[in-house]
Design a protein around this ligand. Structure first.
Ligand code: AMP
Ligand code: FE
Ligand code: FE
Ligand code: ZN
Length: 282
């Protein structure tokens, strides 16, 4: 069974519609696909409809932006329904907060001599607007040659136009997912920018607060990072998860690509079993 448990659609900052992502997943021979858009589950009904009679198993997911003193991090949530409650109520505020944050970023860009019209940014976005949409608008307006350079020059962490994204704090985010019957999984742990000992301490404290998995299998992880993360998963009894973090079809971003060795075939099943187990808890 081949699975990709981390993918984006145009409902957040991916390029493909949910329909086109499902088509690509079936062409790529995937058996399981989780759609994990940033701060929204809005792509799922369309994806579900697009599957029709195909045997692809679609898992409802989301990638929450979490505020954290040392910089934010991303927390994935996996669900056995497309409308997890009360998560959807919590997420309802975020699109508006993200527009307000985009406006703050645009004010800073104007100070840098790179003025953009908010409408040119919002027309690129789905339910949630993020820095990738602003980066593309900067490129379109000729202020940066490509997206990467837009991040390096303006939008990246600690760059002049950086404004942190709205979102819950770690314990709140875990509660939103757990109370909605979902399985919380730490995304791309190395982007926390912590050394190994501090990362381990953070994973331990999240595990104590209900985390059930961490991403081990990602294309950019080195063998050494995989070993360290696998060991942490074993030690804290977390499901070793992963995915391609697919945003758009290009040379680097390949749906289903999770590196070597690939995502173990029973990972999706383990997550779903965890969800069922969580629900049966009093
Ligand atoms: P936001 O949630 O608006 O802060 O945007 C975060 C998203 O921006 C991530 O999920 C990535 O898709 C993208 N991103 C972050 N850093 C970079 C970078 N240096 N280059 C390109 N994309 C990036
Ligand atoms: Fe993204
Ligand atoms: Fe992420
Ligand atoms: Zn992602």
């Amino acid at each position: 069974m081949s699975a990709d448990l981390h993918c984006h659609t145009c409902r957040s900052d991916g390029a493909l519609s949910p329909t086109d992502l499902v088509a690509l997943a079936t062409r790529s021979g995937l058996d399981v696909l989780a759609i994990t858009d940033h701060d929204t589950l809005a792509g799922l009904p369309e994806a579900r409809a697009a599957i029709g009679g195909h045997p692809l198993h679609l898992i409802a997911g989301v990638e929450l932006t979490v505020r954290h003193p040392g910089g934010g991090f991303h927390l994935l949530g996996y669900f056995d329904r497309d409308d997890p409650d009360p998560l959807l109520d919590h997420l309802a505020q975020i699109p508006r907060q993200r527009v307000e944050r985009a406006q703050k970023i645009l004010a800073r860009l104007a100070d840098q001599g790179a003025a953009l019209d908010i409408d040119r940014v919002l027309e690129r976005s789905g339910e949630t607007v993020g820095r990738p949409h602003i980066a593309d608008a900067l490129v379109a307006a000729g202020y940066a040659p490509n997206r990467r350079s837009a991040f390096e020059r303006y939008l990246g962490d600690r760059r002049p136009a950086f404004v942190s994204a709205p979102g819950p704090e770690p314990r709140e985010a875990l509660e939103w997912i757990l109370r909605s019957g979902g399985a919380p999984v730490l995304a791309h742990p190395y982007t926390l920018g912590l050394g190994r000992a501090r990362l381990r301490a953070t994973v331990q404290s999240l595990a104590t607060a209900g985390l059930v998995g961490i991403e081990v299998h990602r294309p950019e992880h080195t063998p050494d990072q995989r070993r360290a993360l696998s060991e942490m998963a074993r030690h804290f009894d977390l499901v070793p998860c992963g995915g391609s973090d697919f945003h758009r079809p290009d040379d680097r971003d390949r749906l289903g690509e999770t590196g070597t060795p690939p995502l173990p075939s029973d990972t999706a099943e383990r997550l779903l079993q965890t969800i069922a187990h969580l629900e049966s808890r009093p």
